[in-house]
Write a protein that binds this ligand. Structure first.
Ligand SMILES: [Zn+2]
Ligand SMILES: [Zn+2]
Length: 299
């Protein structure tokens, strides 16, 4: 990626851009029926877990939670694609984006657009999911309505130009639900309904709420180590549920940093994964905040 593109991404995520219009209030936004019915359907289907338990299904659920929530959303969609905190070979980038697609939180283009928008307007007018509009809104309400800005091709081209230009990412964006359907068929063939319920439905519900707690809880509860112009907090239990994403005040203070857990007790398994990839020559240009900046931004 060119330096110009990286500068462009930083200009959107590190500053606010001013020429935007005020968005509609949450209550005026129309319901996004396909997303709402999908999310409701997955929650209802996950209740079948009570009747389909097996130890193998439980292990499958935990492993796919890590593959889709940890490798896919946290490492792939967030630290790699949204913030470009590290570089990996293109094949690894697509693999991680595919894992992210399996979390059914949207394709890489729309996810990255929404998240860069969150950083551009954190807890201000224009933030797609600030808890200043209510806990439920920030947690999942914003996923149930149609946000014309996130879905607009013009806004996607402005906030995620690097992804819009990448034909592989656009393909994944257009086909992201298909991969979950294929996974469900594969799991049914392997272990029957028990594997589908635990490996897809229950796992999706768990990954949803873990990710959503970053937007809700980690902007409300916890401590603030660094100066940030928003309400972001470091919340230990969110960090445990999200492979290190709960150190969210650190993240808002140093958005480009590949490492979110900046104190010795701030356990960040995704950064361990990044070091693991680097050991095998699969990650480079790993960005970290300088000692000077850490001191300057300290509360
Ligand atoms: Zn945030
Ligand atoms: Zn971020």
């Amino acid at each position: 990626m060119s330096n110009q593109t990286i500068e462009l991404i930083n200009s959107y995520t590190e500053t606010t851009y001013e020429e935007r219009k005020a968005p509609a209030s949450p209550l005026k936004m129309p319901t996004h029926w396909p997303a709402s019915l999908f999310i409701a359907g997955v929650h209802i289907a996950s209740l079948a877990a009570f009747f389909t338990f097996s130890w193998k299904a439980l292990i499958l659920c935990v492993v796919f939670h890590w593959i889709t929530g940890g490798l896919g959303i946290t490492l792939g969609y967030h630290r790699l694609l949204t913030h470009r905190s590290l570089k990996v070979p293109k094949a690894v980038e697509y693999f991680l984006a595919l894992c992210g697609s399996l979390a059914c939180q949207g394709g890489p283009v729309s996810w990255v657009t929404a998240h860069r928008m969150h950083h551009a307007y954190s807890d201000k007018e224009g933030d797609p999911h600030s808890p200043r509009k209510g806990f439920f809104w920030s947690h999942m309400g914003w996923c149930l309505v149609s946000n014309k800005e996130i879905e607009s091709p013009e806004v996607q081209a402005r906030l995620a130009p690097d992804l819009v230009r990448d034909r592989g990412m656009v393909f994944l964006n257009n086909t992201h639900i298909l991969w979950t359907i294929l996974l469900a068929i594969g799991l049914y063939a392997w272990g029957g309904w028990s594997f589908v319920v635990w490996g897809v439905f229950l796992r999706l519900v768990l990954v949803y709420h873990c990710t959503w707690f970053v937007n809700s809880a980690a902007h409300i509860w916890g401590y603030r180590t660094y100066k940030a112009t928003d309400d972001s907090t470091n919340c230990w239990w969110v960090a445990l549920l999200t492979y290190g994403e709960g150190w969210h005040n650190n993240h808002h203070a140093f958005q480009y940093s590949a490492k979110h857990g900046l104190q010795w007790w701030e356990f960040d398994t995704t950064y361990m994964m990044i070091q693991f990839l680097r050991f095998f020559g699969l990650a480079e240009a790993i960005k970290l905040p300088s000692a000077r900046l850490l001191t300057e931004k300290s509360n």
